[in-house]
Design a protein around this ligand. Structure first.
Ligand code: OGA
Ligand code: NI
Length: 335
């Protein structure tokens, strides 16, 4: 049976001005009831071109410990490269449904790659108001071009171009985060796979929703990655959880949103926090985002770094292979 895409459901929902019951979240989750309006604290915005490396390290380490999320400006990726990436992704999602289905994730596939609508095992049959496309963009040995859209024709070139620019940002972030833990610059990168570190691109497509007060895009989660580098479109929607409240993360033109993921929380033995986040949807407009997850190779075992643990600071996490971590997380099995 064909999987029903949220984009198709959204189209018919708009006509009747209501959404199917499986998209209505519980009262504990409904954004209209759980968003802290007028909240002042904001995830930090950091100038990545700051020539004072000590200062930059401190700001990034603080943001990663307190929020697990921050935005960077002056990151060095030309805005044209980002504009082209967004344009190509948008054009793909605007293709006729049959054409997008050519890239559908096969139902029996073990990999996450492909076009799809559901990620985690759903709690109480509830659904998220979002469709997505996943494919690896680095290293070359991890790329399966069958999941890269052929249409628009520019898709491959603009994604390769973005990949070229996002990698130095990823490496620099890992080296500053390493320094922030009192380690050598290259230590975190080496411990998340070195040259085998995978860059997995996801495109999220959140169609307009007649009841944005009741539905959620991606539900509350932490990313499994080491870090995530995200490009949003101009539509507000990302929220972060801190001190028992959900806060809007302000859209800043040209900024990249950086998330600390589970693997970095584990490696740092909890000094850096994997950030709990979710997304809301909008009544009349489509939100999109392009996160890139920096993932360890699947066979690499990740645990707290021995240098960061001692008698006073015993290991808080189990060491396990990344593929086993992912399996437990997606199937909601305790780690
Ligand atoms: C995700 C995610 C946030 C966003 O896909 O993991 O958190 O802004 N997306 O779309
Ligand atoms: Ni996420």
């Amino acid at each position: 049976m064909a999987v029903e895409r949220v984009q198709t459901i959204a189209f018919s929902s708009i006509l009747v001005d209501t959404i199917p019951p499986e998209f209505i979240r519980s009262e504990k989750e409904q954004p209209a009831l759980t968003t802290c309006l007028g909240c002042i604290p904001q995830v930090p915005t950091i100038d990545f071109s700051d020539p004072d490396e000590g200062n930059l390290t401190r700001l990034i380490a603080e943001a990663s410990s307190e929020w697990g999320m921050f935005q960077i400006v002056n990151h060095g990726i030309p805005s044209e490269v980002i504009t082209n990436l967004k344009k190509a992704g948008k054009e793909f999602f605007e293709l006729p449904q049959e054409e997008k289905e050519l890239y559908a994730k096969p139902p029996d596939s073990k990999s996450i790659e492909g076009y799809g609508s559901k990620l985690q095992k759903e709690v109480e049959g509830k659904k998220a108001w979002v469709d997505h496309l996943f494919h690896n963009i680095w290293p070359p040995s991890a790329i399966n071009y069958q999941y890269w859209p052929k249409n628009p024709p520019s898709y491959r070139a603009v994604n390769e171009e973005y990949c070229k620019w996002v990698q130095p940002v990823g490496h620099r972030l890992l080296s500053l985060l390493s320094l922030g833990l009192g380690l050598e610059k290259n230590e975190l990168k080496e411990n998340v796979g070195g040259d085998e570190l995978k860059y997995l691109l996801k495109i999220n497509y959140y169609p307009p929703c007649p009841r944005p007060d009741l539905a959620l895009g991606v539900v509350a989660h932490t990313d499994m990655s080491s870090i995530t580098i995200l490009v949003p479109n101009e539509v507000q929607g990302l929220q972060v959880f801190r001190d028992d409240h959900w806060f809007d993360v302000k859209y800043i033109p040209d900024a990249l949103v950086i998330h600390i993921g589970d693997q970095l929380e584990i490696l740092s033995n909890g000094k850096y926090k994997s950030v709990l986040h979710r997304t809301t949807v909008t009544k009349e407009i489509t939100r999109m985002s392009w996160p890139v997850f920096l993932e360890p190779p699947s066979e690499l075992a990740i645990g707290p770094l021995p240098k960061l643990i001692n008698e006073k600071n015993p290991p808080k996490y189990q060491k396990k292979k990344y593929c086993d971590y992912v399996y437990c997380k997606l199937n909601k099995i305790a780690q």
